[in-house]
Design a protein around this ligand. Structure first.
Ligand code: NIG
Ligand code: FE
Length: 393
């Protein structure tokens, strides 16, 4: 099965822009760029901009219920912590998620993934974390793994130690995570990554370290939610433990940025979170100057109901002053690095043929034209899966 995408006005290959070119695909892989041969199927990009499918490397896309009731509180100026005290926050979603059956969670998540695909995401990481107890965390990860089998999007499952249950203290819950949950997740082979919300009122640095070390022992790669609301030493831990990525980093300063730059930690920035919480954005400029690899992702969760990576690129450019090429690279190639994936996130020979054709003429239009879907066609593993903005049936 071969496919030729011709008449590409501008191509972003994961690193740079190429004008007036074509892509030749065979058996789900990119074969060549700029060489036109005979193909079973030909798509005319009509002079438009083409790029790799978005890699959304940080989501909490499996949950029940919604938290729109928090919005007026956010507008009033209540903090994330105050909202949790009023009955919102993670613990509200945990209650809803515990009540929901695996089937219901699967159905709702599959629907969300379709919306993400239409907006150009071809690889999506999904974290557990709204179950908290063993039974419910396993329920969530089993659901994610079942969805993974049949979904068009490539799914990467992560176990996340997300919050302390209301009837437990942090120390005993950390022990429970280490002794009960992580071994079960590992035995059932349910997650590629182990993640922890390292934050005041959640897991401290020591508890986070214990969790990530146990995860590592059990074959899961470490990730960490770091420096989101306070700077308590999580990015330092990320560097020490050789985390694949440290995520959020809103409060990370010069010192933390240096520490991470000296290791191979990918800095995953999630600008939709400060957007919905009205908090400062991470210092992307400082990170780029320090030579850090930056990835971008949605952080899609009931607090931050964002499924569209185009919006993330827009926020990255306007609010974090990232150059458009850097923002596109961060949301494709670097986001694949944040998931320890090879041969994904770029349009290069031998890479997975995950390609999006837009309805705009150049890469600058992705951050420039805000508020509507700019993705017209999605090609996943060399097959057309979205046509004219709709999933092909
Ligand atoms: O990454 N920071 C921790 N977890 C999520 C939010 C979860 C929630 O509020 O439901 C995040 O932003
Ligand atoms: Fe998160």
């Amino acid at each position: 099965m071969s496919l030729l995408i011709k008449n590409i006005g501008e191509l972003f290959d994961g690193e740079k822009v190429i004008k007036n070119t074509s892509i030749y695909i065979e058996n789900g892989k990119i074969v060549s760029i700029g060489k036109e041969g005979k193909a079973d199927e030909i798509i005319d990009a009509e002079g438009n901009f083409v790029m790799p499918g978005f890699v959304d490397s940080h989501t909490h896309a499996i949950f029940a219920g919604s938290r729109e009731f928090e919005l007026p509180w956010k507008i009033e100026g209540l903090s994330y912590y105050e909202i949790a005290e009023r009955g919102g926050g993670i613990w509200y979603t945990v209650k809803e998620t515990k009540k929901a059956s695996k089937e219901k969670l699967k159905r709702e998540t599959e629907k969300r993934l379709k919306e993400m695909l239409i907006h150009g995401s071809t690889t999506v990481e999904i974290k557990s974390g709204y179950g908290l107890d063993k039974e419910n965390e396993i329920k969530l990860l089993e659901a994610v793994n079942e969805i993974k089998k049949s979904s068009i999007i490539d799914i990467i499952p992560t176990f996340l130690a997300h919050a302390i249950p209301e009837d437990m203290d942090a120390e005993s819950y950390t022990d429970y995570v280490i002794n009960e949950i992580i071994p079960e997740v590992s035995n059932k082979n349910l997650a590629k990554f182990c993640d922890v919300f390292c934050e005041k009122g959640y897991f401290n640095v020591e508890q986070s370290k214990k969790i990530l070390e146990k995860g590592k022992k059990c074959g899961m790669l470490p990730k960490i939610h770091a420096d989101e609301f306070s700077c308590i030493g999580c990015s330092k831990l990320a560097a020490e433990i050789k985390a694949v990525s440290a995520d959020h980093l809103l409060m990370a300063g010069k010192k933390e940025i240096k520490e991470m730059a000296s290791s191979n930690v990918v800095a995953t920035l999630l600008p939709a979170t400060p957007f919905v919480l009205n908090t400062p954005y991470p210092n992307a400029k400082e990170m780029l100057n320090a030579g850090l690899t930056i990835a971008l992702a949605t952080d899609f969760n009931p607090n931050c109901y964002v499924q569209n990576m185009q919006f993330i690129v827009q926020l990255a450019c306007y609010k974090m002053k990232m150059p458009p090429i850097e923002a596109l690279k961060a949301s494709t190639l670097n986001s694949a690095k944040a998931l320890a994936l090879k041969n994904v996130g770029a349009i290069r020979e031998g890479y997975k043929a995950d390609v999006i054709i837009t309805n705009v003429p150049s890469h600058l239009f992705i951050p420039y034209k805000i508020g509507i879907n700019l993705v017209k066609t999605v090609i996943k593993n060399g097959k057309i899966v979205v046509e004219d903005g709709k999933i092909k049936t």
